[in-house]
Each structure stands twice: as C-alpha cells, then as structure tokens.
Design a protein around this ligand. Structure first.
Ligand SMILES: [Zn+2]
Length: 254
C-alpha cells in the first residue's frame, strides 16, 4: 500500500502515539508540510525510514493559509527547495470553496505560479490542492507540462476534466482518499473511469475522516484501495496503485 498525501506532524499533534503504530507498518508515503515545525518533524522521520518503505517529503504554501502567513511559508519553501530537502512541491493550488478563502484568490494565484516555477526549475513533482478551482489550473498548462508529475490530491473533478488534463500532455495522477465513500458523483465516477495507471491512494491524515470519524489514519488505506477496486471491478488495482506511486514520485516505470 502507498499513501500519496498525509500530514504526519498533524496526526501526532492530535494523537501522540500515532507514529508508534504508523511507523512499524512502513507504508511508502509522502509527508506534506506547510510550516517549519511540521517539516522538521517529517525530516527526522524520513531519516529513520527503512529503505523498503521510502518516506518522501513535500512542502508547499497551502491555499487555505491566511494571507499574512503566506510570504514566510513561501520563503521557507524556496530555501528547502534550494537545499534539495524536498522530494515534491505542495500541497499548493487553489481553494475557492467559501468567501474566507476566495478573499485570497489573487495571492493564491501569485504563489501557485511562483511555486510552479520552482518545481519546473528543480524538476520536482507537484501535489495540487484544488477545491472548486479545477478551472484555475488550465491556464497553467504550459508550466504543468514541464514538471515531472502533477498529483491531484483528493481529486474531485469530473472524468472529462481529468482526461482534458492528460490530453494536454500533463503527466497527471489522480489521488483518492476516504471521499470515495461519500457517494460524491464526480469522485466516484473519476475513481471508476480514469485510466488505472493514473490512480493513487491517500489518507490526507488526519484531515479526511470517514463518515462519522473525526480524523483519517493509515488504517483507512486498505479500505480506500479496496473501494477503488470494487468501483472498477479490478482486483489488481492495489499493485497498480503502488506502481503508480513510484512512477509519480520517482519517475520509475514498471
Ligand atoms: Zn492535505
């Protein structure tokens, strides 16, 4: 199993015992941070990771951040990218879900462009957060085509949106978490119809609990993967998702 997107530091803030169970399990994963404390914690964890289960590190300016905190986060992001301490950029992108976030649309736009430029220069994959904002990505097609991979975390777009991104030559991967259980029409259709070699699994732990659960964790992964397999009536989906993980984040092909 593989987890394309989670926030381990935040899991541990909620439950100090989280890593003792998680780490033993040794799941290849990408730990995403948007502040110094989280990144430093993830860095320590990655140093101890077994070779068989790589722990990759991602850093980005989250589009839900307050505008005042964004410049500092971007400065740290640039420094970490320069020091080659990150394996991926993000999560970054756009959140236009409600008026609170729509207020920062301009700065979200500037910072997305700037982060994408760094990803192009350093040739790093990009993890995208896009809520009510898929349309904001198409104008960035030229830059998105130049990065090694674009991972859409918690994909909630339509099958047509996904196919359009692929048709434009973007090396896109679509990651699904507990939202596959929510009966959200587009998510379910995308998980069942997008090309299997483009699918990833994630927990977004602790932020995407199953219905009735306040948080998500690695225990959810086998259930998420099984549900994707059920939607596609494809038993081999787990090994395919694992191969996709290495392709998206390492450029390995199988
Ligand atoms: Zn997240």
């Amino acid at each position: 199993m593989t987890d394309a997107h989670l926030h381990l530091y935040d899991c541990v803030q909620q439950n100090p015992d989280y890593t003792s169970t998680w780490f033993c399990y040794g799941i290849p994963c990408v730990l995403s941070a948007w502040n110094r404390e989280a990144f430093d914690y993830h860095w320590e964890i990655a140093q101890e990771a077994p070779r068989t289960a790589p722990v990759l590190l991602s850093f980005g300016v989250h589009p839900q951040m307050p505008a005042a905190a964004m410049p500092d986060a971007f400065a740290l992001f640039e420094r970490l990218a320069d020091e080659q301490k990150i394996d991926a950029v993000g999560e970054c992108g756009f959140d236009l879900y409600d008026s609170r976030f729509r207020e920062t649309e301009q700065i979200q736009e500037q910072l997305f462009k700037a982060q994408l430029a760094v990803a192009c220069e350093k040739q790093l994959p990009v993890i995208i957060h896009a809520r009510r904002a898929i349309h904001k990505l198409f104008p960035h097609t030229r830059a998105l085509k130049k990065v090694p991979a674009v991972i859409f975390h918690s994909w909630a777009g339509t099958v047509a949106d996904g196919e359009a991104l692929l048709k434009r030559g973007i090396n896109a991967f679509f990651s699904f978490g507990n939202t596959v259980f929510l009966n959200h029409k587009w998510t379910v259709r995308s998980a069942s119809a997008l090309p299997v070699e483009r699918l990833l699994s994630e927990t977004d732990a602790p932020y995407q609990g199953r219905r009735g659960c306040s948080s998500s964790c690695w225990h959810d992964l086998p259930l998420i993967i099984a549900e994707i397999g059920r939607l596609r009536t494809d038993q081999a989906v787990q090994s395919r998702i694992e191969k996709n993980f290495y392709k998206a984040f390492h450029g390995y092909d199988f």
